[in-house]
Design a protein around this ligand. Sequence first.
Ligand code: PMP
Length: 306
Amino acid sequence: DEMDVDTIWMDGEFVDWEDAQIHVLTHGLHYGTGVFEGVRCYDTEEGPAIFRWEEHLERFYQSCKPYDMEIPFEPEELTEATLELLRRQDLASCYIRPIAYYGYDTLGVSPGDCPTDVAIAAWPWGAYLGEDALENGIEVMVSSWRKHASSQIPTNAKTTGLYVNSLLAGEEARRNGFREAIVLNKEGNVAEGPGENIFLVRDGTIYTPGLSESILDGITRNTVIGLAEERGYEVNDTASISRGELNTADELFFTGSAAEVTPIRKVDNVVIGDGGRGPVTEELQQAFFDLVERRTDDHDEWFTYV
Ligand code: PMP
């Protein structure tokens, strides 16, 4: 669905949405050799503002490294392209999707002379897991699929190919009547969701799996850790969380640029806490939306105003 958007930035040019096309023998299509970002722009009292753009851009370039992929644009050029993309389409509240991938040249797995092609699209996108999810929480299933181990593929690089695993986990959960999955890592500990980090609250302390648990170093995860600490919570962000600990949590919630702060009310057959949005989750979710919608002056350095 194109909605009211009509332009995509592609390899240095603004092109019409329907002309943003690539060759079917594109390397990235065959082997998942692309990296991407998912970023939100919020319609704030100060005008449209992109949340933590600099950190997303930094992760975008870092994600290229294991693949020897070189984005043929300076960060400032991508920033300018994105701002112009939003202005041209009068986008205020929207989701921004930068992608870089090995393009068309050879179909050897070795990318040889394949160019690194880059595109940026943006479109309005509401609550990722549904409006109701933010208020009432979601029911999730512990997936039978395990997450890639970081010894098998860099899980801290946001690589397109990784999301085949996310699709398997998410669709398995939905086939079974759940909204989303929780994915365990190879060791059997809690890693994250298919496109979200996970937090657990127990006895007033907040826990989230550490970076060595084969997770993406989420920017919303980092934001929520900071918001919690500013509010006096003790946060353990190097936790190893066993599957069983999910059941005895007082609260669980997901974080992500798309998912924002989404409460989890049930895991498999087990009701979490009182079966709704818990008080700590609600406080942090409120703090998050107050921040991103600029109802506070805090952390203005995290915003790129359009
Ligand atoms: N884990 C995975 C696998 C993801 O795809 C995402 C979404 N980018 C996240 C965690 C959350 O990261 P962020 O808060 O940076 O969006």
